[in-house]
Design a protein around this ligand. Structure first.
Ligand code: CIR
Length: 270
């Protein structure tokens, strides 16, 4: 009998079974970035991406790799193009004009799993990096990429499926491109947060784990089934996560960090 891969859970926690990924193209360095860390080395980025994919496989995920498309230098950051839950898949309108066309390839894969793909209205923008799913709650960032209309349309969609949600305006928070550059949800109602978001009203009532100063990049980590993938080189944050009895997998991310990318943005997990 075929296993219903969209509905696997252990102890009530939904497990991911699949991930969509896309290797970085030769022109990765032509992508958008706000940081000044130098040009990425494409061969090293590809090695780091291979290690990332292997880690997802070790966590039990089946990979669905998209073809590299040199028309989209930011194409490896697939997370921004769709919001996928057990109940629905929404194709986003990425906030950067150069990234708009990335959604086509994602739609083609997702329509094989979801009979109907949800869409935003034309003037709504939304990047997946601004969407943080924490159990049955969504934090939705308004940022330089996600506009208020995008956040509001996603709010209506998630609420129609019984999720709760909070909009978090991160415009003006220094050093973060997306909401998930500064927070990560861990099971058990915990949020890993950078200092500049820790005092925000929107997170009251959640157990906050503060990312130590100097390790802010490590706020972008991802819980995948029994493990938490963390960027290598941020030992204090890794210790905080291990103390909660998670097993961690540390991955080198230097070349993606140069392009404003983190662990969450390299896959769509569902
Ligand atoms: C961009 O600026 O759009 C890409 N260079 C990086 C996107 C990172 N996405 C993410 O964190 N979700």
């Amino acid at each position: 009998m075929a296993l219903d891969l969209l509905n696997v859970s252990i102890g009530g926690k939904a497990l991911f079974t699949r991930a969509i990924v896309r290797r970085p193209g030769q022109n990765l360095a032509d992508g958008l970035t706000t940081v000044d860390l130098g040009q990425p080395d494409v061969e090293l980025a590809r090695k780091q991406h291979t290690d990332y994919c292997e880690a997802l496989e070790r966590c039990g995920l089946q990979l669905f790799p998209l073809e590299v498309d040199e028309a989209f230098p930011d194409g490896a950051f697939v997370e921004d193009t769709a919001i996928v839950t057990r109940e629905f898949a929404l194709i986003t309108n990425p906030g950067a004009a150069s990234r708009r066309g990335e959604t086509l390839a994602i739609s083609e894969v997702l329509q094989t799993f979801y009979p109907e793909l949800r869409m935003l209205s034309e003037s709504a923008t939304l990047d997946g990096g601004d969407v943080c799913e924490a159990g049955r709650h969504f934090f939705i960032g308004v940022s330089e990429r996600t506009n208020e209309l995008g956040a509001s349309e996603l709010t209506q969609l998630v609420q129609s499926f019984g999720y709760t949600s909070t909009v978090v305006d991160i415009r003006g928070v220094p050093g973060i491109l997306h909401l998930k550059s500064g927070i990560a949800a861990l099971s058990g109602g915990r949020l890993l947060v950078i200092d500049s978001l820790a005092q925000r009203e929107e997170f009251r009532g959640w157990e906050l784990l503060r990312v130590p100063t100097g390790e802010e990049y490590a706020a972008n980590c991802i819980e995948v089934n029994e493990s938490v993938l963390v960027p290598a080189g941020f030992p204090e944050t890794e210790k905080i996560i291990r103390r909660l009895n998670f097993q961690t997998i540390a991955l080198e991310m230097s070349e993606f960090q140069k392009m404003d990318g983190g662990l969450s943005c390299l896959s769509i997990r569902f």
